[in-house]
Ligand binder design. Structure first.
Ligand code: NAI
Length: 348
């Protein structure tokens, strides 16, 4: 197993493997690019089927972080960490501290935070031994709220492009997943006059959305087919398959879920059917954008001139409009255009 032979390798600047036998820690930190600043990226704690899977995930996700931070106008680069193992079985204070010690060895070029399998409390535990963590209560607060705010800006760019308007009054949206982001998004859209269709596997969340927002409920497996203006996937990634892409009735897809397109073919089908796709890592960048204040407090980072948080979140609107414009001019799909622009912004 070597980063250089992985299909996901993309001239990553640095890849570090860590082992701590005593606590059972096996971790990989992949730093894709520091062209714009220290790499940022969450730590994913997962029982990968093999070390190769863990490495591939770190390489793939860190590359996506480079594009995400660049397109979000952040003076930061892209990285990602994975801890290999079942968090329910092996996560311990000793393991998290060993991980923090390793982060200290990498030093100022990588800053990490929460991802799948890690909680805010885990990040606080790592902070006991390492300053190279962010995205906790000490920063701008709950990232989900900022992600939902950013998504609202992205949805406005979608509305303008598809419907020639930027207000939500009477607009019909289907939200799949009423978790931290989806529920807050629903509240914000409802307050602005949108009509909501929702689905979640958690009945309590669905009842709440019906009670407070008067939402219509569909089964999770049916919501992508809802007769609405915009479909917003806010649950898990990989939901846009060739089959579901062929069934969507909305004019556009824009949601917070990471890695929504299960394959390039799904994106092609959306484009062929005239359904506008807002690249996920552009519209869901609100969380990482909100981490900027805290990022400047990390050792080795100097605060630079940055507009206030709300202005930074609002830039998602302009960035998305730019991607849609360029897609139209060049005849490429938005997800391809976003990647091209991300590469250009990091000098690749
Ligand atoms: P969450 O875990 O709070 O919410 C996910 C919701 O989806 C839960 O209510 C869950 O019951 C529901 N769900 C799971 N499987 C489902 C299914 N098959 N059908 C319908 N609902 C289902 O997660 P959160 O924080 O709201 O994030 C949502 C998505 O946005 C995730 O993909 C996450 O990676 C992504 N994201 C979140 C950010 C954040 O700041 N929280 C930032 C960027 C992306």
């Amino acid at each position: 197993m070597s980063p250089w032979t992985s299909a996901e390798f993309d001239a990553h600047e640095q890849v570090c493997h860590f082992t701590d036998k005593r606590s059972g820690l096996q971790a990989i930190v992949a730093i894709h690019s520091t062209a714009r600043g220290a790499a940022v990226g969450g730590t994913r704690f997962k029982a990968y089927p093999s070390a190769e899977h863990a490495l591939d995930d770190a390489l793939r996700l860190s590359r996506a972080m480079s594009y995400k931070t660049a397109l979000a106008d952040m003076p930061a680069g892209g990285g990602k960490a994975v801890i290999w193992g079942d968090p329910a079985r092996i996560k311990s204070k000793a393991l998290l501290h060993a991980y923090g010690d390793f982060l200290n060895r990498i030093g100022t070029v990588f800053v990490t935070g929460q991802d799948v399998g890690m909680t805010a409390a885990d990040i606080e535990t790592i902070r006991e031994v390492s300053p190279f963590v962010g995205g906790t209560a000490t920063g701008a607060g709950d990232t989900a709220i900022h992600t939902a705010d950013g998504l609202i800006h992205g949805l406005k760019a979608v509305l303008e492009r598809k419907f020639g308007r930027s207000d939500f009054d009477g607009v019909r949206l289907a939200i799949q997943g009423l978790g931290a982001v989806g529920m807050d998004l629903a509240a914000k859209l409802h307050a602005q006059g949108a009509r909501l269709v929702v689905a979640d596997i958690d009945d309590a969340a669905v009842r709440k959305a019906v009670g407070i927002f008067g939402a219509i409920v569909l089964k999770s497996e049916d919501i992508h087919r809802a007769e609405v203006d915009i479909f917003s996937p806010c649950a898990l990634g990989g939901g846009l398959t060739p089959q579901s892409a062929a069934e969507i009735r909305a004019a556009a897809v824009a949601g917070s879920a990471n890695n929504q397109l299960a394959s390039a073919e799904a994106g092609e089908i959306l484009a062929r059917r005239g359904i506008l796709y807002a690249p996920d890592y552009v519209v869901n960048a609100g969380g990482v954008i909100s981490s900027l204040e805290e990022y400047f407090t990390i050792p080795g980072r100097q605060a630079s001139e940055a507009p206030p948080l709300q202005q930074r979140l609002a830039r998602i609107h302009a960035r998305l409009a730019e991607i849609f414009d360029r897609s139209e001019i060049e005849g490429t799909r938005p997800e391809i255009t976003a990647e091209t622009m991300g590469k250009e912004l990091i000098g690749r």
